[in-house]
Design a binder for this molecule. Structure first.
Ligand SMILES: Nc1ncnc2c1ncn2[C@@H]1O[C@H](COP(=O)(O)OP(=O)(O)OP(=O)(O)O)[C@@H](O)[C@H]1O
Ligand SMILES: [Mg+2]
Length: 273
């Protein structure tokens, strides 16, 4: 697993919702279009003399999703694998343009998304802190001011001077998380970035997020740890095959999702992030 710390600063002109909304998603649809080479099976290869066809696969990852997030909300996003959660986070972070509809974000977002890109593995943890900070939209001066604190927070010691390719996934998460939370984001988005962390790190990360809750405009948390969603969030939404099924109190949304997916409340389903 690897993560990306990115940022957006898309402050729309004075709007009527500017003061009380952090994010507004309006009729958002996102369709991925992938062309691929269909490898012939032995039978079709014999019939077509080895000609594979170019195919196009379209996935409607989000379908007409609308919701509003008032300032002060910690929004949990739940749903099964492939439901569209990471797609929604990428759209809100401004990494993915809507196919149709609109996303409005008031404030600078710092995101911790499992995207497989972002940090440069050949560079040390310390160098990636600078890279991540600059990618978050801070000035060089601001990044340098915070760099030591970010490195310290990871508790990785000498490892911070080694290339990140030598890190375990949990060590990688520590650096990515530390960068994201120390860049004073207005809006923090965390997509399963903590799943590789050990108990001590999760505890520390949870405490840090609680602390940021008071300072930031809004927070978004994607997790399959339904216990964490109930504990950390003030509101939740549930996505199913790209459709928004429900928005409401975390406990109610989690219960509805679990009833729908036919799973029981066990240690596995409520496991922490
Ligand atoms: N870059 C991409 N190109 C094409 N299809 C994609 C891409 N990213 C995601 N998809 C498709 O979009 C749908 C939604 O994927 P997404 O990653 O948003 O799901 P998710 O809810 O985050 O799932 P998970 O719980 O497994 O992380 C899936 O069907 C997936 O195959
Ligand atoms: Mg995902």
């Amino acid at each position: 697993m690897s993560s990306l710390s990115a940022s957006t600063d898309r402050r729309p002109a004075e709007g009527r919702d500017r003061n009380d909304l952090a994010v507004k998603v309006d009729d958002l649809s996102i369709t991925y279009r992938t062309t691929f080479e269909k490898k012939p099976t032995l039978k079709t290869a014999l019939l077509q003399f080895g000609r594979g066809g170019r195919r196009v696969k379209e996935v409607e990852a989000l379908k007409n999703v609308s919701f509003e997030v008032p300032v002060g909300t910690t929004l949990g996003i739940i749903g099964s694998n492939g439901a569209g959660k990471s797609t929604l986070m990428r759209a809100m972070a401004g990494i993915l343009p809507p196919t149709s509809g609109e996303v409005q974000v008031w404030g600078r977002a710092s995101t911790l998304l499992a995207l497989g890109v972002g940090f440069n593995n050949a560079l040390s943890g310390r160098e990636n802190v600078i890279l991540g900070g600059l990618a978050s939209g801070l000035s060089r001066k601001e990044v340098l001011e915070r760099a030591d604190e970010v490195a310290e927070w990871t508790e990785l010691g000498d490892f911070m001077d080694l290339p990140m390719r030598t890190y375990s996934s949990g060590m990688f998460s520590r650096v990515a998380f530390s960068v994201a939370v120390h860049m004073k984001p207005d809006i923090l988005m965390v997509d399963e970035a903590l799943s590789a962390g050990d108990a001590q790190f999760r505890d520390k990360a949870n405490a840090k997020m609680q602390e940021l809750r008071g300072q930031s405009r809004a927070m978004f948390l994607v997790s399959h740890g339904l216990g964490s969603i109930k504990e950390m969030c003030t509101e939740a939404i549930w996505l199913d095959h790209g459709t928004l099924m429900m928005q409401g109190k975390p406990a109610e949304v989690v219960d509805a999702y679990m009833a729908h997916s036919n799973v029981e409340q066990t240690a596995t389903t409520t496991e922490d992030i």
